[in-house]
Design a protein around this ligand. Sequence first.
Ligand code: ADP
Ligand code: MG
Ligand code: MG
Length: 251
Amino acid sequence: MLEIKNLHVKLEDEDKQILKGVDLKVEAGKVHAIMGPNGSGKSTLSYVLSGRDGYEVTEGTASLGGEELLDLEAEERAALGLFLAFQYPVEIPGVGNMTFLRTAVNAQRKARGEEELSAGEFLKVVREKAKTLKIDADMLKRPVNVGFSGGEKKRNEILQMAMLEPKMCILDETDSGLDVDAMKLVSEGVNALRDAGRGFLVITHYQRLLDHIKPDVVHIMANGRIVKTGGPELALEVENNGYADILAEIA
Ligand code: ADP
Ligand code: MG
Ligand code: MG
């Protein structure tokens, strides 16, 4: 599904290397988690994959379903089925949430060569999915994320994800700033999307999210590289001992 090889990334307008040879392969149907100390490059990895400006790939490749990603525009990557749930979801004043979702869904369907959903069909699907995420009609009508609480924004990200039915979902610290109930809702939303044809990359600081979204594989990222890979027990090790032991081991 997602295959990253020897990825090196620097900041575009600064001589700062952030990713220093990331290798990662996420298979369809699997949930991979990435943990790691602050500043290790986790968010940069997700930004670069999604096509955000400001970064320069100096070496390496990344592909989705065999298609090279790094030469594509952000919209083209989305059309291929890549979705990134941001650590800080953006507010879009003046654009209603429902309008935004419908535009995004229909653009996605068009890119896949599918017919647009009618207004009625769209409403039915969005209401159903919103309900499971406890997103009420009022939140659907308001401008995207404007004035939403932290938890509401994250739930709204998961709603976007559920509507777009991506092949590869990347969640960057979707748990940060969430209370226990909101984290459960978000996790349930993610778990409902787990599917043999879909891969997940879940970036998180805390093991507790991984109690709800059980990963198949856990990676530790430090200083711009994946330095250790293991099963769910690796997340527990981090929770109990922090990163010091792992970093000492690889030093
Ligand atoms: P993480 O998500 O693991 O905490 P980040 O990817 O956010 O790490 O950051 C990795 C490193 O790159 C940090 O040292 C951060 O300060 C730096 N960095 C990332 N983006 C920028 C930027 N746009 N300008 C300056 N420094 C940046
Ligand atoms: Mg950070
Ligand atoms: Mg980050």
